[in-house]
Ligand binder design. Structure first.
Ligand SMILES: C[S@@+](CC[C@H](N)C(=O)[O-])C[C@H]1O[C@@H](n2cnc3c(N)ncnc32)[C@H](O)[C@@H]1O
Length: 212
C-alpha cells in the first residue's frame, strides 16, 4: 500500500480535513511528497518508539514540520522537537500539539548541542538536509552520546571525495554516490536503503544506530 493510502486510512487523517491549521498545511503543493518522506522515516524509527516511547525525536531542519506533526500525532507519549533557524517558517499548526517543542536554532549552534545534551535519549532526524548540513548531521550524531539513533535523508550533493566515489558515480548517479559517502561518516552500525514508496527521486535513507 502506498504511504499516502496508509496515511489516509488513519483515524488522525480526519484532523487534516477539519482543523484549520492542518487544512492549510494539507493545501501546500509539496504536502503529499513530504507526507511520503515523513512516513518512510517514521517507519524506520517506529521499532525504537514502540520499545521505548520516551526517546525524544529531534527533527533537524524541520521546515514546515510535516514529519514533526505526523510523528507527534502518531506517538502522543513521545516528545518531538522541531529545529530550524529560518525565521520565516510558520509553525502555527504545531502550537496545539502538546508533545511538540519548537526552536529557531542552527545545527551549528552551541545552543543546539546544549538542548540535545539535556535529553536522555535522542532520535535525530534530518529530512532533505542539503550539502554541508548533512555532514554536520553526521558529526553531531558521532559527537553526542545522547543521540542514540540518526536517520538522514540526503538532498543536494555537497563537497565529497569525488575521485574515491567516481566508479559509483559513473555506474549509478551522483546522489547515490553522495549518499554512500555520507553513510561512511557515521560511526558504528549504519544501514542505507532506497525507499521507492517515497514520492521523490531523493529517496535514500541512512539509518545509524547505537541502540541495536
Ligand atoms: C530542503 S529543506 C527540508 C525541510 C524539511 N525537513 C522537509 O523535508 O520538508 C532544508 C531545511 O533546512 C533548514 N536549515 C538551513 N540551515 C540550517 C541550519 N544551519 N541548521 C538547521 N536547519 C537548517 C532550512 O531552513 C530548511 O527548512
Amino acid at each position: 500500500m502506498s504511504y499516502i493510502k496508509e496515511f489516509k486510512s488513519l483515524r488522525l487523517y480526519k484532523l487534516f480535513l477539519e482543523d484549520e491549521n492542518l487544512k492549510k498545511l494539507r493545501s501546500k503543493d509539496s504536502f503529499w511528497k513530504e507526507v511520503s518522506e515523513a512516513y518512510g522515516v517514521r517507519r524506520l524509527i517506529r521499532p525504537y518508539l514502540l520499545r521505548d516511547p520516551f526517546y525524544v525525536v529531534v527533527d533537524v531542519g524541520a521546515g514546515k514540520g510535516i514529519f514533526t506533526t505526523l510523528t507527534a500525532l502518531m506517538h502522543p507519549k513521545t516528545k518531538v522537537v522541531a529545529i530550524d533557524p529560518d525565521e520565516s517558517v510558520k509553525w502555527e499548526h504545531l502550537k496545539n500539539l502538546k508533545n511538540v517543542e519548537t526552536y529557531k536554532l542552527s545545527i551549528y549552534s552551541e545552543e543546539f548541542l546544549k538542548l540535545l545534551k539535556g535529553f536522555k535519549k535522542v532520535i535525530m532526524v534530518g529530512i532533505h538536509l542539503c550539502t554541508h548540513l548533512a555532514i554536520r548531521f553526521a558529526q553531531v550524531y558521532n559527537q553526542l552520546e545522547e543521540v542514540r539513533v540518526g536517520v538522514l535523508v540526503p538532498c543536494c550533493v555537497g563537497d565529497y571525495p569525488e575521485q574515491t566515489f567516481k566508479v559509483i558515480e559513473e555506474e549509478i548517479d551522483k546522489y547515490t554516490a553522495w549518499s554512500i559517502y555520507l553513510a561512511t561518516l557515521f560511526k558504528g552500525k549504519v544501514k542505507t536503503k532506497r525507499d521507492s514508496k517515497i514520492l521523490s527521486p531523493k529517496n535514500i535513507l541512512i539509518l545509524a544506530t547505537k541502540d541495536g
